[in-house]
Design a protein around this ligand. Structure first.
Ligand SMILES: Cc1cc2nc3c(=O)[nH]c(=O)nc-3n(C[C@H](O)[C@H](O)[C@H](O)COP(=O)(O)O)c2cc1C
Length: 341
């Protein structure tokens, strides 16, 4: 399986979705190591990039083996979006600059960005045209949109046609409306309509959590690849599974090796304190469903040092390998109490 975006070619058929506060470089690296075709940064404010805000610049940091850096931008002003796209290309080396036309969060809608752009087709088109001009041949501009604003306006095919006319090289469709936010049935028919409307690569997104889901979405919609968001949380193996077409359940050793790798990448890039804070949610996802993990997950939430985290993770892994899950809750509660949590 492979697909292309402009002159870029990718192996496989599954992309890691942009997820605010989640898809920083360490998680993108872990997913790339498990077979995702490429990964998208969390959304970055175009205004903040133009003002050279450090927090925004850092979001574009490349993961160690990231061949293609895909930076997602949000904003509603064509000139600012164009300038920020040029910054993403020149400063960070982005080869894909993605436009957020799907975010339903009030703060983003308040500035006319995210899915609000789907109600302004001409503005959406002007933004993409300006960005394509700013990027030239250095990067492909792509757009991630929703099926539409609500049931009465599922205009993804029209927006897709307009932005492709303006030079967009790929379209991702999150097959839900703004009203649905992140739940409710996916509108795969809209993904199919978009694929029938435009001649560029179409990536289907929404509710894909397994190889079977990915195969079904590609078969039913004709999309070229799928994008995975929540299905990858604590489960980078989903990308291997989609490549092989088989379910993939990691062993305990594999799971903990990835946890340690993820934590080490965080420490390397952001230092101990940020690593401890940011890894809490990832650890909850990695440990979800393991016997005795509820108490461990609770104790990890208040840990301020990655050293403490490593210790608790190591003891929990050892207990699981011994099959000693009976003793886990007490042991870990004690440990958490000892640490003053
Ligand atoms: C916590 C969270 C953060 C998200 N952040 C972004 C974002 O920064 N940019 C974006 O385009 N979509 C964002 N999304 C939407 C996802 O990229 C994706 O479209 C959505 O979760 C549906 O895919 P899934 O069912 O595979 O999770 C976010 C979703 C979640 C749950």
């Amino acid at each position: 399986m492979s697909f292309s975006i402009g002159s870029l070619t990718f192996d496989g058929s599954a992309v890691l979705a942009p997820l605010a506060s989640v898809t920083s470089a360490p998680f993108r690296q872990v997913c790339l190591e498990h077979g995702c075709s490429y990964a998208v940064t969390e959304m970055v404010s175009s205004e903040a990039l133009v003002r050279d805000v450090r927090g925004a610049i850092v979001r574009m940091d490349r993961a160690p083996s990231e061949r293609v850096l895909a930076v997602q931008l949000f904003g509603a002003d064509p000139a600012t979006m164009a300038r920020s796209a040029a910054i993403a290309v020149e400063r960070a080396g982005a080869a894909i600059v993605d436009v957020n036309m799907g975010c339903p969060v009030r703060k983003i809608l308040g500035v006319g960005a995210g899915v609000a752009l789907m109600r302004e087709p001409e503005l959406a088109q002007s933004i993409v045209r300006a960005m394509v001009q700013a990027c030239g041949d250095s990067a492909a501009v792509t757009v991630k949109m929703r099926a539409g604003w609500d049931d009465g306006s599922m205009n993804a095919p029209e927006i897709a046609r307009r932005v492709v006319d303006a030079g967009a090289r790929a379209i991702t469709v999150h097959a839900r409306t703004r009203d649905q936010v992140h739940s409710g049935s996916s509108r795969w028919d809209v993904v199919r309509q978009v694929k029938q409307t435009v001649g560029v690569t179409v990536v289907g997104n929404g509710g894909v959590k397994s190889a079977a889901d990915a195969a079904a979405m590609m078969r039913d919609t004709g999309c070229d690849a799928v994008m995975i968001g929540r299905g990858a949380l604590g489960n980078p193996w989903v990308f291997e599974s989609i490549r092989s077409g088989q379910p993939r359940v990691p062993s305990i050793e594999e799971r903990f090796a990835v946890i340690r790798r993820h934590l080490a990448l965080y420490i390397e890039q952001f230092g101990e304190r940020v690593a401890a804070r940011e890894m809490r949610k990832h650890l909850c996802w990695y440990l979800r469903g393991l016997p005795g993990s509820a108490v461990v997950r609770a104790s990890l939430q208040t840990m301020g040092s990655s050293g403490q985290m490593q210790e608790v993770i190591g003891s929990f892994e050892a207990a699981l390998l011994r099959g000693d899950t009976r003793a886990d809750p007490g042991d870990f509660k004690e440990r958490a109490v000892e640490q003053g949590d």
